[in-house]
Ligand binder design. Structure first.
Ligand SMILES: [Zn+2]
Length: 334
Protein backbone atom coordinates (compact mmCIF):
# COMPACT_ATOMS: atom_id res chain seq x y z
CA UNK A 1 0.00 0.00 0.00
CA UNK A 2 1.41 3.38 -1.03
CA UNK A 3 0.96 6.07 1.64
CA UNK A 4 1.19 9.82 1.67
CA UNK A 5 3.96 11.55 3.58
CA UNK A 6 2.00 11.94 6.80
CA UNK A 7 0.56 8.43 6.68
CA UNK A 8 4.02 6.97 6.22
CA UNK A 9 5.33 9.02 9.15
CA UNK A 10 2.50 7.86 11.41
CA UNK A 11 2.81 4.23 10.30
CA UNK A 12 6.52 4.23 11.11
CA UNK A 13 5.78 5.88 14.46
CA UNK A 14 3.07 3.37 15.32
CA UNK A 15 5.64 0.54 15.35
CA UNK A 16 7.54 0.78 18.66
CA UNK A 17 11.32 0.72 18.11
CA UNK A 18 13.07 1.76 21.28
CA UNK A 19 16.80 1.00 20.86
CA UNK A 20 17.27 -2.78 20.91
CA UNK A 21 13.76 -3.44 19.59
CA UNK A 22 14.01 -2.30 15.96
CA UNK A 23 13.24 -5.57 14.18
CA UNK A 24 9.59 -4.90 13.34
CA UNK A 25 10.10 -1.39 12.00
CA UNK A 26 13.02 -2.71 9.92
CA UNK A 27 10.78 -5.36 8.36
CA UNK A 28 8.12 -2.72 7.69
CA UNK A 29 10.64 -0.51 5.88
CA UNK A 30 12.02 -3.41 3.86
CA UNK A 31 8.53 -4.41 2.70
CA UNK A 32 7.51 -0.82 1.97
CA UNK A 33 10.62 -0.05 -0.09
CA UNK A 34 10.58 -3.39 -1.93
CA UNK A 35 6.99 -2.71 -2.83
CA UNK A 36 8.09 0.62 -4.35
CA UNK A 37 10.70 -1.22 -6.42
CA UNK A 38 13.87 -0.67 -4.41
CA UNK A 39 16.50 -3.35 -3.86
CA UNK A 40 16.60 -3.78 -0.09
CA UNK A 41 19.17 -5.46 2.14
CA UNK A 42 18.81 -6.14 5.82
CA UNK A 43 22.25 -5.94 7.39
CA UNK A 44 22.27 -7.97 10.62
CA UNK A 45 23.66 -6.04 13.58
CA UNK A 46 22.52 -8.53 16.22
CA UNK A 47 20.14 -11.49 16.27
CA UNK A 48 17.05 -9.27 16.08
CA UNK A 49 18.41 -5.95 14.85
CA UNK A 50 18.97 -5.05 11.22
CA UNK A 51 20.11 -1.95 9.40
CA UNK A 52 18.00 -1.32 6.30
CA UNK A 53 19.92 -0.49 3.13
CA UNK A 54 18.07 0.26 -0.11
CA UNK A 55 19.27 1.29 -3.55
CA UNK A 56 18.35 1.54 -7.20
CA UNK A 57 21.68 0.69 -8.83
CA UNK A 58 24.82 -1.09 -7.63
CA UNK A 59 26.94 2.04 -7.09
CA UNK A 60 24.89 4.85 -5.56
CA UNK A 61 26.95 8.02 -5.07
CA UNK A 62 24.63 9.68 -2.54
CA UNK A 63 22.90 8.07 0.42
CA UNK A 64 20.17 9.55 2.57
CA UNK A 65 20.33 8.15 6.07
CA UNK A 66 19.06 8.31 9.62
CA UNK A 67 18.19 5.89 12.43
CA UNK A 68 15.16 3.68 13.03
CA UNK A 69 15.44 3.42 16.82
CA UNK A 70 13.93 5.89 19.28
CA UNK A 71 14.45 6.80 22.90
CA UNK A 72 11.92 5.37 25.40
CA UNK A 73 9.08 5.47 26.18
CA UNK A 74 6.97 4.66 23.13
CA UNK A 75 4.35 7.37 22.56
CA UNK A 76 1.69 6.50 19.97
CA UNK A 77 1.24 8.98 17.12
CA UNK A 78 -1.53 11.56 17.00
CA UNK A 79 -2.08 14.63 14.87
CA UNK A 80 -3.95 17.85 14.26
CA UNK A 81 -4.01 20.08 11.21
CA UNK A 82 -0.51 21.42 11.80
CA UNK A 83 1.51 18.78 13.61
CA UNK A 84 2.19 15.09 14.09
CA UNK A 85 2.87 14.24 17.75
CA UNK A 86 4.47 11.23 19.39
CA UNK A 87 7.72 9.31 19.69
CA UNK A 88 9.81 9.53 16.58
CA UNK A 89 7.81 12.39 15.03
CA UNK A 90 11.01 14.35 14.47
CA UNK A 91 13.64 11.90 15.79
CA UNK A 92 13.68 10.33 13.32
CA UNK A 93 10.67 8.66 11.70
CA UNK A 94 9.33 11.81 10.07
CA UNK A 95 12.81 12.17 8.60
CA UNK A 96 12.73 8.62 7.20
CA UNK A 97 9.39 9.39 5.53
CA UNK A 98 10.64 12.69 4.08
CA UNK A 99 13.77 11.00 2.73
CA UNK A 100 11.78 8.21 1.10
CA UNK A 101 9.53 10.78 -0.56
CA UNK A 102 12.53 12.79 -1.75
CA UNK A 103 14.16 9.63 -3.11
CA UNK A 104 10.96 8.60 -4.87
CA UNK A 105 10.61 12.07 -6.44
CA UNK A 106 14.20 11.86 -7.64
CA UNK A 107 13.62 8.39 -9.04
CA UNK A 108 10.59 9.79 -10.86
CA UNK A 109 12.96 12.28 -12.52
CA UNK A 110 15.30 9.48 -13.57
CA UNK A 111 17.89 9.85 -10.79
CA UNK A 112 19.09 6.36 -9.77
CA UNK A 113 22.43 7.16 -8.13
CA UNK A 114 20.84 7.25 -4.69
CA UNK A 115 20.50 4.95 -1.72
CA UNK A 116 18.86 4.86 1.70
CA UNK A 117 20.58 3.77 4.90
CA UNK A 118 18.64 3.27 8.13
CA UNK A 119 20.56 2.24 11.22
CA UNK A 120 19.68 0.70 14.57
CA UNK A 121 20.81 1.88 18.00
CA UNK A 122 21.82 5.44 17.18
CA UNK A 123 20.40 6.60 20.49
CA UNK A 124 22.67 4.35 22.56
CA UNK A 125 25.82 2.76 21.12
CA UNK A 126 25.70 3.56 17.38
CA UNK A 127 26.13 -0.21 16.91
CA UNK A 128 24.14 0.02 13.67
CA UNK A 129 26.35 2.74 12.23
CA UNK A 130 29.51 0.87 13.21
CA UNK A 131 28.25 -2.20 11.33
CA UNK A 132 27.09 -0.11 8.37
CA UNK A 133 30.53 1.42 8.08
CA UNK A 134 31.85 -2.01 7.01
CA UNK A 135 29.23 -2.47 4.28
CA UNK A 136 30.72 -2.74 0.76
CA UNK A 137 28.45 0.00 -0.63
CA UNK A 138 30.16 2.53 1.66
CA UNK A 139 33.29 2.60 -0.47
CA UNK A 140 31.29 3.63 -3.55
CA UNK A 141 29.38 6.37 -1.80
CA UNK A 142 30.58 9.97 -2.15
CA UNK A 143 28.08 11.83 0.04
CA UNK A 144 26.04 10.81 3.06
CA UNK A 145 23.12 13.09 3.89
CA UNK A 146 22.29 12.19 7.47
CA UNK A 147 18.96 13.23 8.92
CA UNK A 148 18.47 14.58 12.44
CA UNK A 149 16.18 17.41 13.50
CA UNK A 150 18.03 20.61 12.47
CA UNK A 151 14.94 22.75 11.75
CA UNK A 152 15.65 22.04 8.09
CA UNK A 153 18.93 23.98 8.27
CA UNK A 154 22.11 22.45 6.95
CA UNK A 155 24.26 21.64 9.98
CA UNK A 156 27.88 22.23 9.07
CA UNK A 157 29.33 21.19 12.42
CA UNK A 158 28.27 19.10 15.38
CA UNK A 159 29.86 18.94 18.80
CA UNK A 160 31.33 15.66 19.99
CA UNK A 161 30.36 13.81 23.14
CA UNK A 162 32.87 12.47 25.64
CA UNK A 163 31.29 10.28 28.33
CA UNK A 164 33.30 9.25 31.33
CA UNK A 165 33.22 8.31 34.98
CA UNK A 166 35.36 9.63 37.77
CA UNK A 167 35.85 7.01 40.50
CA UNK A 168 37.24 7.57 43.96
CA UNK A 169 38.16 5.15 46.70
CA UNK A 170 38.40 5.67 50.43
CA UNK A 171 38.30 3.54 53.53
CA UNK A 172 35.13 2.51 55.35
CA UNK A 173 34.87 3.29 59.06
CA UNK A 174 32.28 4.00 61.75
CA UNK A 175 31.01 7.53 61.23
CA UNK A 176 31.68 8.31 64.89
CA UNK A 177 35.38 7.69 64.26
CA UNK A 178 36.00 9.47 60.94
CA UNK A 179 39.73 9.65 61.61
CA UNK A 180 39.81 5.86 61.14
CA UNK A 181 38.47 6.10 57.60
CA UNK A 182 38.70 8.12 54.43
CA UNK A 183 35.63 9.42 52.62
CA UNK A 184 35.48 8.58 48.93
CA UNK A 185 32.50 10.93 48.56
CA UNK A 186 34.32 13.94 49.99
CA UNK A 187 37.24 13.24 47.64
CA UNK A 188 34.81 13.04 44.75
CA UNK A 189 33.08 16.28 45.74
CA UNK A 190 36.45 18.05 45.85
CA UNK A 191 37.31 16.78 42.38
CA UNK A 192 33.89 17.76 41.02
CA UNK A 193 34.25 21.25 42.47
CA UNK A 194 37.51 21.58 40.55
CA UNK A 195 35.81 20.27 37.40
CA UNK A 196 33.13 22.95 37.82
CA UNK A 197 35.74 25.68 38.20
CA UNK A 198 37.84 24.53 35.23
CA UNK A 199 37.84 26.64 32.10
CA UNK A 200 37.69 24.21 29.23
CA UNK A 201 38.77 25.45 25.79
CA UNK A 202 36.09 26.78 23.44
CA UNK A 203 36.29 26.83 19.67
CA UNK A 204 35.42 29.64 17.26
CA UNK A 205 33.64 27.29 14.89
CA UNK A 206 31.96 24.83 17.28
CA UNK A 207 31.34 27.16 20.24
CA UNK A 208 31.42 26.41 23.94
CA UNK A 209 32.62 23.17 25.58
CA UNK A 210 30.00 22.25 28.18
CA UNK A 211 30.25 19.74 31.01
CA UNK A 212 27.33 17.98 32.67
CA UNK A 213 27.85 16.13 35.93
CA UNK A 214 24.93 13.80 35.30
CA UNK A 215 25.12 11.24 38.10
CA UNK A 216 26.72 10.85 41.50
CA UNK A 217 26.70 7.56 43.35
CA UNK A 218 28.44 6.28 46.43
CA UNK A 219 28.30 5.44 50.06
CA UNK A 220 26.65 2.59 51.91
CA UNK A 221 24.82 4.12 54.89
CA UNK A 222 24.50 7.35 56.84
CA UNK A 223 26.70 6.08 59.64
CA UNK A 224 29.50 4.65 57.49
CA UNK A 225 32.39 6.62 56.00
CA UNK A 226 31.88 5.96 52.27
CA UNK A 227 34.53 3.67 50.78
CA UNK A 228 33.62 4.23 47.13
CA UNK A 229 32.03 6.92 44.97
CA UNK A 230 31.66 7.76 41.33
CA UNK A 231 30.32 10.50 39.10
CA UNK A 232 29.13 10.21 35.50
CA UNK A 233 30.05 13.11 33.26
CA UNK A 234 29.19 14.06 29.69
CA UNK A 235 31.33 16.67 27.96
CA UNK A 236 30.05 18.26 24.74
CA UNK A 237 33.30 18.55 22.83
CA UNK A 238 34.33 21.48 20.66
CA UNK A 239 37.99 20.46 20.51
CA UNK A 240 39.59 17.01 20.25
CA UNK A 241 38.93 14.76 23.21
CA UNK A 242 42.64 14.44 23.99
CA UNK A 243 42.79 18.07 25.24
CA UNK A 244 39.86 17.62 27.56
CA UNK A 245 40.98 14.24 28.82
CA UNK A 246 44.41 15.67 29.65
CA UNK A 247 42.78 18.53 31.57
CA UNK A 248 40.59 16.11 33.51
CA UNK A 249 43.60 13.91 34.33
CA UNK A 250 45.34 17.01 35.62
CA UNK A 251 42.34 17.87 37.80
CA UNK A 252 41.84 14.36 39.19
CA UNK A 253 45.55 13.69 39.69
CA UNK A 254 45.96 10.80 42.16
CA UNK A 255 42.70 11.54 43.97
CA UNK A 256 40.72 9.17 41.77
CA UNK A 257 40.66 7.60 38.35
CA UNK A 258 38.95 8.29 35.06
CA UNK A 259 37.08 5.58 33.19
CA UNK A 260 36.21 6.48 29.59
CA UNK A 261 32.75 5.23 28.57
CA UNK A 262 32.55 6.50 24.99
CA UNK A 263 33.63 9.33 22.79
CA UNK A 264 32.70 10.87 19.49
CA UNK A 265 34.86 13.72 18.28
CA UNK A 266 33.37 16.98 16.96
CA UNK A 267 32.77 16.79 13.20
CA UNK A 268 32.66 19.32 10.41
CA UNK A 269 30.21 18.62 7.64
CA UNK A 270 29.96 19.76 4.06
CA UNK A 271 28.60 23.25 3.50
CA UNK A 272 26.47 23.71 0.39
CA UNK A 273 25.45 27.06 -1.05
CA UNK A 274 21.80 27.98 -0.99
CA UNK A 275 20.98 26.34 2.36
CA UNK A 276 20.73 27.96 5.80
CA UNK A 277 23.77 26.83 7.74
CA UNK A 278 24.47 26.38 11.42
CA UNK A 279 26.36 24.26 13.96
CA UNK A 280 24.51 21.94 16.32
CA UNK A 281 25.33 20.70 19.79
CA UNK A 282 24.10 17.12 19.54
CA UNK A 283 25.93 14.11 18.14
CA UNK A 284 24.77 11.75 15.43
CA UNK A 285 25.82 8.51 13.75
CA UNK A 286 28.10 10.50 11.43
CA UNK A 287 31.37 9.96 13.39
CA UNK A 288 30.85 6.20 12.91
CA UNK A 289 30.02 6.39 9.20
CA UNK A 290 33.44 7.57 8.07
CA UNK A 291 33.58 5.24 5.04
CA UNK A 292 30.43 6.69 3.46
CA UNK A 293 31.96 9.77 1.87
CA UNK A 294 31.51 13.37 2.90
CA UNK A 295 28.83 13.85 5.55
CA UNK A 296 26.00 16.37 5.49
CA UNK A 297 23.31 16.84 8.12
CA UNK A 298 19.78 18.16 7.66
CA UNK A 299 16.34 17.28 8.87
CA UNK A 300 12.88 18.63 9.75
CA UNK A 301 11.85 19.26 13.34
CA UNK A 302 13.54 20.61 16.41
CA UNK A 303 16.08 18.83 18.59
CA UNK A 304 14.55 20.71 21.53
CA UNK A 305 11.41 18.54 21.42
CA UNK A 306 13.18 15.31 20.48
CA UNK A 307 13.51 12.93 23.45
CA UNK A 308 10.64 14.73 25.27
CA UNK A 309 7.08 13.62 25.94
CA UNK A 310 5.92 16.49 23.70
CA UNK A 311 7.86 15.41 20.61
CA UNK A 312 6.24 16.65 17.41
CA UNK A 313 7.00 17.68 13.86
CA UNK A 314 5.26 20.36 11.81
CA UNK A 315 3.61 18.86 8.76
CA UNK A 316 4.79 21.75 6.64
CA UNK A 317 8.39 21.10 7.78
CA UNK A 318 8.10 17.50 6.61
CA UNK A 319 6.92 18.72 3.22
CA UNK A 320 9.71 21.29 3.04
CA UNK A 321 12.27 18.60 3.92
CA UNK A 322 11.21 16.47 0.94
CA UNK A 323 12.15 19.32 -1.39
CA UNK A 324 15.35 20.15 0.48
CA UNK A 325 16.61 16.56 0.41
CA UNK A 326 15.86 16.26 -3.30
CA UNK A 327 17.58 19.51 -4.21
CA UNK A 328 20.56 18.70 -2.00
CA UNK A 329 21.00 15.33 -3.75
CA UNK A 330 20.81 16.99 -7.16
CA UNK A 331 23.42 19.62 -6.22
CA UNK A 332 25.78 16.91 -4.97
CA UNK A 333 25.33 14.72 -8.05
CA UNK A 334 26.07 17.62 -10.41
ZN1 LIG B 1 18.04 11.17 16.24
Amino acid sequence: MIMNLFELTKNLMSIPSVSGDEEAVGFFLRDYLENLGWTVELQAVSENQNNVIAYLNETPRVFLSTHIDTVPPFIAPSEDDEKIYGRGACDAKGIIAAQIFAAENLRGEGVTDIGLLYTVEEETSSAGAKAANLHPLAAQCEYLINGEPTDNDLAIGSKGTFRLKILTEGKAAHSAYPEMGESALEKLLDILQDVRRARFPNDDFFGETTVNIGTIEGGVALNVIPPRAEAGIAVRLTTPRANIEAMLEEIVKTRGKIEVLSCSEPVKMLAVEGFNQKTVRFTTDIPYLTNWGQPLLLGPGSILVAHTKDEFVLKKDLETAVGLYASLVKKLLN
